[in-house]
Design a binder for this molecule. Structure first.
Ligand code: HMG
Ligand code: MG
Length: 298
């Protein structure tokens, strides 16, 4: 079995993780992001410039991005659904942005209040404004396995929308198993479909762990050559518009698995684990990461 020599981890805990938490202080977010930077993570999604009416939990993203310590070599990003969000993100000095579409029509309506086609039209000026400023654009695609409203999504549909996002100018497409129902063979079929048009190096996997399959799916994706992984410290998270979906695969579990497979991550597992314990203590719970529980709080 072969695996990539190293992986890029995109830490989404401060965004995907905390967008679902009603009460997290701005200072706790800043401390979290600084801790993540110190643990060796190089790609940190720090917030989201969406409508505060839709996701009030992310309303302080500007302040968060303006207040964190910028560690050299670390790129800080945010979600931007439209030009308004893009302008706020630029003002907050993001290094790159992410637009987010869905492979499911119903999820698109529920999450961003428009059809898939309208969303792609809306992203066009965002991408061209970003390109003018030399800001790279990442593309998320949600519901690549199942939709919380429509059920199964065909791999061909995922392929089609991923291709459209890529031709808009996204340097990387993050494929989201939003509800976390995926299992390895379905993940493989979906990745193979997308890989017809998009090189493996440009594909990221974004697995939520609702059904406990994220690490198995990740292992399979790694064995297929995928080398960009989205994960969330302490397994924080969920999407407010995917009811019941739990957090992303925990970064601690990803780092442990990769190191055991001989894959470089650049992350210090001990330091990362303590960052996970700190934020979950703030949330009055323990990390949703078996590795963090096994290591314990120091
Ligand atoms: P809308 O209501 O159709 O937008 O929402 P609108 O353009 O009609 O504007 C309505 C109001 O929102 C206006 O304010 C705008 O100014 C304001 P009003 O005049 O009523 O006072 N507004 C904004 N304010 C601040 N920043 C903005 C912004 N845009 C409009 N950027 C919209 C459309 C897309 C804005 C809305 O649906 C929205 O914000 N949705 C975001 C939902 C969200 O954040 N979901 C979670 C992230 S996605 C996710 O978690 C999945 C992912 O992890 C991958 C996976 O797991 O699958 C990425
Ligand atoms: Mg997500």
């Amino acid at each position: 079995m072969s695996f990539p020599e190293k992986v890029k981890i995109v830490e989404v805990g401060a965004r995907d993780g905390l967008q679902n938490e009603p009460q997290v202080s701005t200072q706790a977010k800043i401390d979290l992001i600084n801790g993540l930077s110190q643990s060796g993570l190089k790609h940190i999604e720090a917030g989201s410039f969406v409508s505060p009416k839709w996701v009030p939990q992310m309303a302080d993203s500007h302040q968060v991005l303006r207040s964190i310590t910028r560690f050299p070599g670390v790129a800080y990003s945010a979600l931007t659904p439209n030009l308004q969000g893009f302008l706020h993100a630029i003002d907050a000095n993001v290094d790159y942005i992410a637009i987010f579409a869905s492979a499911s029509e119903t999820f698109s309506q529920k999450n961003i209040n428009c059809t898939i086609e309208q969303s792609l039209e809306r992203f066009e000026p965002v991408v061209s404004a970003a390109q003018k400023k030399g800001i790279p654009v990442r593309g998320y695609l949600s519901c690549v396995i199942d939709c919380p409203y429509e059920g199964k999504i065909a791999p061909q549909q995922v392929r089609n929308i991923a291709k459209l996002l890529s031709s808009l100018g996204c340097y990387e497409i993050s494929l989201g198993d939003t509800v976390g129902t995926g299992t390895p063979v379905r993940i493989q079929q979906m990745l193979e479909a997308v890989n017809h048009d998009i090189a493996l190096e440009q594909i990221a996997v974004h697995f939520h762990n609702t059904w406990g399959q994220a690490l198995a799916n990740l292992f399979h994706a790694l064995s297929m050559g995928v080398s960009v992984i989205d994960s969330s410290v302490a397994g924080l998270g969920g999407c407010p518009y995917a009811p019941g979906a739990s957090g992303n695969v925990a970064t601690e579990d990803v780092v442990y698995l990769c190191h055991e497979l001989g894959i470089e991550t650049g992350v210090d597992l001990t330091s990362l684990t303590q960052v996970g314990w700190s934020i979950t203590q703030h949330l009055n719970r323990t990390p949703s990461s078996n590795v963090a529980l096994a290591i314990g709080k120091q």
